[in-house]
Design a binder for this molecule. Structure first.
Ligand code: KIV
Length: 267
């Protein structure tokens, strides 16, 4: 699967599914489930590394986890889902040269074929333009952008007409800058539908309603493994409870069935 295949999928009206993975086990699960693309999201900072936000994860950690994810795929490379890696906080905010270095490192040293980054400020658009011209496919991300948590929080974005107009213009600017797809997170469904109709590139929603070209989810949320479940991404199974119960029953089954050894002599 290549970035252009996702655009074709939109043209053919086929819903796109993208799931996150953070190691080889999660990668094997999402590949076996049939995801079109796999995102090594910077959410791994919270899901796999125990951080409170996505901000602390480093480029080298993203590289390390992307390699682990790629080792979890079983299919031949041409049949594998598209592998996309998030550019972590501060790897693209300090100028196009550093962004090319960061994104290029991920594409050079891992099998990732695209990167994702957040926002559409003038500086970010300049970075995207440069990355795309250097041959690096870019996925955009608007709405709730977790790298801006200290400014925006985790609340739903673009609730009023002015911010909805701004988001629509930003989405158009991202397409014009060369993004091959756009993630819209935690925005009103009607707005996501409007963006979807205005763009040629696929709009992939999370907490953005059903009127999108595809959906993306953090796999650990769907499997009920995360402590703080986002309101817009309910768990499909109570994973944490199921796993703890299975492990607890294994531990209880280990109670000794033979008589305990004699007590050690007093010295
Ligand atoms: O990091 C991530 O997992 C993401 C998804 C929530 C879209 O960006």
């Amino acid at each position: 699967m290549r970035p252009a295949d996702l655009i074709r999928q939109k043209q053919n009206g086929r819903t796109i599914t993208i799931l996150t993975a953070w190691d080889s086990l999660s990668a094997a699960l999402v590949e076996a489930a049939g995801a079109d693309a796999v995102l090594v999201g910077d959410s791994l900072a919270m899901v796999a590394l125990g951080h409170a936000t996505t901000l602390p994860v480093t480029l080298d950690q993203m590289r390390h986890h992307t390699l682990a994810v790629s080792r979890g795929f079983a299919a031949a490379p041409s049949k594998q889902p598209l592998l996309i890696c998030d550019l972590p906080f501060l790897s693209y905010q300090c100028g196009a040269d550093l962004a090319v270095q960061a994104a290029g490192t991920l594409l050079k040293e891992t099998p990732a074929a695209a990167v994702k980054l957040e926002g559409a400020e003038a500086e970010v658009l300049a970075v995207i333009d440069r990355l795309v011209r250097m041959g690096i496919p870019v996925m955009g991300h608007l709405g709730l952008t977790p790298q801006a948590v200290h400014r925006l929080g985790y609340r739903r974005q673009a609730e009023d007409p002015v911010s909805q107009e701004r988001l629509l213009n930003q989405a158009i600017a991202l397409e014009q800058a060369g993004c091959f797809a756009l993630v819209l997170e935690h925005v009103p469904s009607a707005l996501a539908g409007e963006v979807r109709r205005r763009l040629l590139i696929p709009v992939i929603g999370i907490g953005a309603g059903d009127d999108c070209d595809g959906q993306i989810r953090v796999t650990a949320d769907l499997l009920g493994l995360t402590e703080q479940q986002p309101p817009f991404s309910p768990a499909l199974i109570p994973g944490q409870q199921l796993f703890v119960e299975a492990l607890r029953s294994w531990i209880s089954a280990q109670t000794p069935t033979t008589t305990p050894p004699p007590a050690a002599p007093d010295c």
